[in-house]
Design a protein around this ligand. Structure first.
Ligand code: AMP
Length: 337
């Protein structure tokens, strides 16, 4: 067994990635590959919990894979969840050591079920939405993850994964499952360019986010029209919109430009048009190699799809091993083939 620590992280296939996803999660996921055994899942089963179209899910799953590869995720570390059905089996086993009450208390369940019923009072709220964190626990524990890099919004789900591991271990008198640790990183929270009082996200609409694969003209347009002043900022404090532009510059530009513009700001001589131009140029040049790589990958989709299917099959072997052991621990049957 490898002595390297395991890192696990998953992303839902919901379309285009934006710079918030990149700075908040993906950049870190790419770096972690140097020191840990990383497994990164495109979790399509999770996308079934809210209303969706089959064709769109299929398309989004591959599109997310291609974007992650373009960002620098190694193909051998990437898997598609539905190619590893063992996640589902472990989800069922875990659902029997999870109480209905604790799932109902998950804030994400409350938020999302409310979101669905607000759209339409008669709208269907799936049991899958309730089960979602149990499947997430299975995604993590099936690979004996030591670390899970996530945003603060996932803290409660990670706590549940640890509770599930502890309850399973207690019930079966074993120390089989590890207690995965959350890896909170110094990742910035990137705000919407059109409404910097909110987090950058796709659900807000196209003008609110900068997609990693937006073309140059679109990136420039979005940054140039970024809101800098929301009107309700306490005197003497940098407004969230300006802070957001500085975060982008700090991550995408060079340190000298960042420092010199910050100095201008401190002296009250900063021109927002100059800041926006510098941020736009820096973002365009930072994203260029990612976009070039993305073009290369999408012009040879067959090859990359085969690679990801092969890596999923390889990663699946670890999940199958866990399931064999879990079946034995829990008294389930196995066919010895
Ligand atoms: P999502 O697709 O919203 O679930 O996000 C995938 C990953 O990107 C999660 O780890 C989030 O914490 C991170 N993320 C999403 N939006 C932002 C943002 N605006 N700023 C920083 N990180 C983000």
């Amino acid at each position: 067994m490898s002595t390297q620590k395991n890192v696990l992280s998953c992303l839902q296939p919901t379309g285009e990635l934006h710079v918030g996803n990149y700075l908040g999660a993906i950049k870190n996921m790419v770096q972690l590959q140097q020191d840990y055994r990383c497994s990164y899942g495109v979790v399509d089963y999770h996308s079934m919990t809210m209303p969706y179209k089959a064709d769109k899910l299929r398309q989004n799953t591959w599109s997310l894979c291609f974007q992650l590869l373009a960002c620098g995720i190694e193909p051998e570390n990437l898997f598609i969840q539905s190619l590893i059905p063992e996640h589902q089996e472990l989800c069922w086993i875990f659902s029997c050591v999870t109480s209905y009450g604790e799932l109902q208390r998950m804030t994400q369940f409350k938020d999302k079920s409310q979101q669905v019923s607000q759209q339409d009072a008669k709208q269907f709220i799936s049991a899958g939405l309730l089960y979602y964190p149990v499947l997430q626990a299975a995604d993590i524990l099936i690979y004996h993850a030591d670390y899970v890099p996530v945003g603060k919004d996932q803290e409660q789900h990670l706590e549940l994964s640890r509770n599930i591991a502890a309850r399973f271990n207690h019930q079966f008198g074993t120390e089989y499952f590890k207690h995965p640790e959350t890896l909170f990183t110094e990742t910035p929270k990137v705000l919407s360019t059109a409404d910097p009082t909110r987090k950058m996200g796709k659900s807000l609409g196209e003008k609110h986010y900068i997609a990693l694969i937006d073309d140059e003209a679109r990136i420039i347009k979005k940054i140039k029209s970024a809101v800098t002043d929301t009107g309700d900022n306490p005197a003497g404090e940098m407004s969230p919109g300006v802070k957001n532009l500085f975060i982008l510059l700090q991550n995408f530009g060079d340190a000298a430009a960042h420092e010199s513009l910050l100095e201008d700001y401190a002296q009250g001589s900063l021109k927002y048009s100059e800041l926006k131009q510098t941020v736009a140029d820096a973002t365009v040049s930072y994203l260029r190699p990612i976009q070039e790589r993305h073009r290369e990958i999408t012009s040879d989709k067959r090859r990359y799809k085969d690679m990801i299917k092969a890596s999923s099959a390889e990663i699946r072997k670890r999940a199958q091993q866990t399931i064999r052991e879990v079946r034995d621990i829990t008294g389930l049957q196995s066919l010895k083939l």
